[in-house]
Structures are given as C-alpha cells and as structure tokens.
Design a protein around this ligand. Structure first.
Ligand code: SIN
Ligand code: MN
Length: 203
C-alpha cells in the first residue's frame, strides 16, 4: 500500500488477474440489466466522454435538467439498478473499513480517448465513509489536487487491478482522469478502461 498523500491510499495490483476477469464479467452482467447511459453536464447538457451505469440501491446519474444526483432507478429504463454483487461487497468491506455497506457502485467506461475533468465527489450525504475505486483495462493518468480548486495537483498512473481509496482529509479532494494510455492492458479486447467506484451515500 502506498499513501500518496494523507487520505489517499493506493493499493497497486490489489486485484489478481482472475479477480479482474471476474469484475469484467460483473460489469458485463450489470450492463445487460442496466445499459450504459450517456451522462450530460448540468445546465449545459454537454455530453461527458465516459459512458456509465450503476449497481446498488442507489446509482449516480447526471443530466441537463436535474444535474448530479443519486437515484434508485436507471435514467432511461426506469428500472431499479441491479444489486451490488458479493465480490464487490467483500472488496468494500476489506478496503473501506467502514461500519456500513456501500449503497452505490458507479461503473465508468472510458474509450481510449475519454477523460474526466477535475471534480469532487460531494453528492453523498455521508462524507465520513471513504470512496473506493477499482481500475480495469488500460492505464490512465489520474490527477489529484487539493480540497480547493486551483491547488497544486499531482499525477499518478492507475493500472488494471489497482485500487484507490479516498478518505478522511482527502475525501473531498479534486480528482480526474487526464488520459488513457492505449494498448497498456490486454484485459479488454477493444481497449479502453473500466472504473468501479463504491460509495456510501446515506449516513
Ligand atoms: C470518478 O471520479 O468518477 C472516476 C475516477 C476514475 O475513473 O478513476
Ligand atoms: Mn469522482
């Protein structure tokens, strides 16, 4: 485990290759029930470059009209999100070290040109619980800043199988994905990257 800064834990190669394949299967299954949707920015309606889905009692969504939020149903199908599978429940237990289970697991799909701008995870009522993130597929350049916009940032490379935890003093740091490095993993046949983010939403 590497403490990148106070409150940012990097667990390089936390997932074995077998577990990575298992999580890829999980992502495929979730998509079958809860198809990927295209998130759009609040107010502008601009499309984000990632595609998303969720599992859990709540899922994170965004659109022009209602903005960033958690809701129990898929924005297009109106169906409840699929349950968080046991393998992810166990990973949350192990990495979050938090008394209550995760309620939301956002699954982000990046193609090799997708990115995600610097932002804070602050739509959760519960800011005590950590955010646990897992990477699959091609490497990415992940940027972490401070808790205020414009503070100095540092970059780290996240690889397939890495786990990253944001907690305590770093729970509200700005973070984002600057770029994906094509052809750095063979896990995903068509390239790209998948990120799972587990969160507790309510107290
Ligand atoms: C996110 O902050 O929602 C995604 C982070 C990542 O893709 O690693
Ligand atoms: Mn985030």
């Amino acid at each position: 485990m590497i403490s990148v800064i106070d409150g940012v834990r990097l667990h390089p190669q936390y997932l074995s290759l077998q577990q990575q394949r298992q999580l890829l299967e999980v992502a495929r299954k979730v998509i079958r029930d809860a198809p990927l949707f295209v998130p759009t920015m609040p107010k502008t309606g601009k499309k984000m470059s990632v595609r998303m889905t969720n599992c859990g009692s709540l899922g994170w969504v965004t659109d022009k009209q209602q903005g960033y939020r958690y809701q129990p149903v898929h924005p297009d199908t109106g169906e409840n999100w699929p349950k968080i599978p046991p393998v992810l429940v166990d990973i949350w237990q192990d990495l979050a070290r938090y008394s209550k289970p995760a309620e939301a697991c956002l699954i982000n799909f990046y193609n090799d040109t997708a990115k995600m701008g610097l932002h804070q995870d602050q739509d959760e009522k519960n800011l005590e619980a950590p955010v646990v993130s897992l990477s699959l597929g091609n490497d990415c350049l992940f940027r972490i800043g401070g808790t205020k916009r414009g503070e100095p940032s540092k970059s780290l490379r996240l690889r397939s199988g890495d786990a990253l935890v944001l907690e305590g003093p770093a729970r509200l740091i700005y973070h984002g994905v600057d770029r994906i490095y094509p052809n750095t993993s063979r896990l995903l046949k068509k390239g790209g990257r998948i990120n799972f983010t587990l969160r507790r939403v309510n107290e």
